[in-house]
Design a protein around this ligand. Structure first.
Ligand SMILES: Nc1ncnc2c1ncn2[C@@H]1O[C@@H](CSCCNC[C@@H]2Cc3ccc([N+](=O)[O-])cc3CN2)[C@@H](O)[C@H]1O
Length: 278
């Protein structure tokens, strides 16, 4: 039987090892691997990014998803995960562990800002989902730039993942997190704990929209930068949500077709979860 001290030491060693893996993370390469065709092909109904954007659009347009503050946990260098939410919330907080990713996000958020990836096709696709003309993409870009109030450091392994005072006292009304927790947790125990930690950012009754990888054991965070991932199945995700104080509202699953397996990871499926904090 593992003593408390031994367990804490194991968890700390795992966190430190994971943090060391991320020192080689390359935002531009990561965006190229995962956010260009075939994984981001807006002309293919079975492409991954359109599936993710559809899940997010449906969830963010449901009437129970309301409030003032949306926090994106572990934004990475990507913006797609908040393109629907930015229309619903008046304040949006982006977060990431690495300064290189926060810099990438700030670069786009500046007026006429640019990023390592052209987000225009993403903005246009979400405008289409919203029934607006694709020409409304520049309005959406302006809306997103207007509602993002902060790009903050975060560590989901800390019981308080954000600096004190970063959020209003009741907590955020909604969290969104995409491909983060399983990619930064050495094991299922750490994944479950991280879910509990981010739950502390959320007011009771608030919602969590969680996108993650199924069956993934590694991914490339840059050329030659192999980062370990805790492989999850649907039952483990549901168990971790329950154990960390959420009520599952729904889970949707996407299974990767062979040509979406492009060698940058060994992910077999993707889950989209809508859950509510008890
Ligand atoms: N302690 C920490 N707390 C919070 N965030 C942290 C911490 N450590 C690192 N981070 C932060 O978390 C990271 C988030 S990016 C994680 C990438 N996840 C795996 C990757 C994603 C992906 C994308 C698309 C598709 N697809 O099929 O289309 C598949 C896959 C599966 N592979 C990174 O931003 C890091 O900076």
């Amino acid at each position: 039987m593992e003593t408390k001290a031994v367990k804490e030491k194991r968890l700390e060693d795992g966190r430190a090892a994971m943090a060391a893996c991320y020192q080689g993370f390359d935002p531009a390469a990561y965006l190229q691997y995962n956010y260009t065709p075939p994984r981001a092909d807006f002309c293919r109904r079975d492409s991954i990014v359109p599936w993710k954007l559809g899940c997010l659009h449906r969830a963010f347009t449901e009437e129970d998803i309301t409030g003032g503050v949306l926090v994106d946990v572990g934004s990475g260098p990507t913006l797609y995960q908040v393109l629907s939410g930015c229309e619903v919330f008046e304040r949006l907080v982006l977060t990431d562990f690495l300064e290189v990713n926060r810099r990438e996000l700030r670069g786009w958020l500046q007026e006429q800002g640019t990023s390592s990836l052209d987000w225009t096709p993403y903005l246009q696709h979400v405008c289409k989902l919203e029934g607006r003309g694709v020409s409304a993409w520049s309005e959406k870009a302006a809306r997103l730039r207007a509602v993002v109030s902060d790009v903050l450091p975060i560590d989901v392994h800390c019981p308080q993942p954000l600096a004190p005072g970063a959020l209003p006292s009741p907590g955020a009304d909604c969290l969104v997190s995409s491909f983060c927790l399983e990619s930064v947790s050495p094991d299922l125990d750490a994944f479950t704990r991280a879910l509990g930690h981010i739950g502390g950012l959320l007011r009771p009754g608030g919602h969590l929209l969680l996108i993650g990888a199924l069956g993934e054991s590694f991914y490339l965070g840059g050329p030659g930068v192999e980062i370990p991932v805790v492989p999850l199945d649907e039952a483990q995700v549901c168990g971790s949500l329950r154990e960390s104080g959420y009520t599952l509202i729904r889970m949707e699953v996407y299974t990767l077709p062979p040509d979406m397996r492009v060698g940058v990871d060994d992910v077999s499926g993707i889950f989209f979860v809508k859950a509510r904090k008890d």
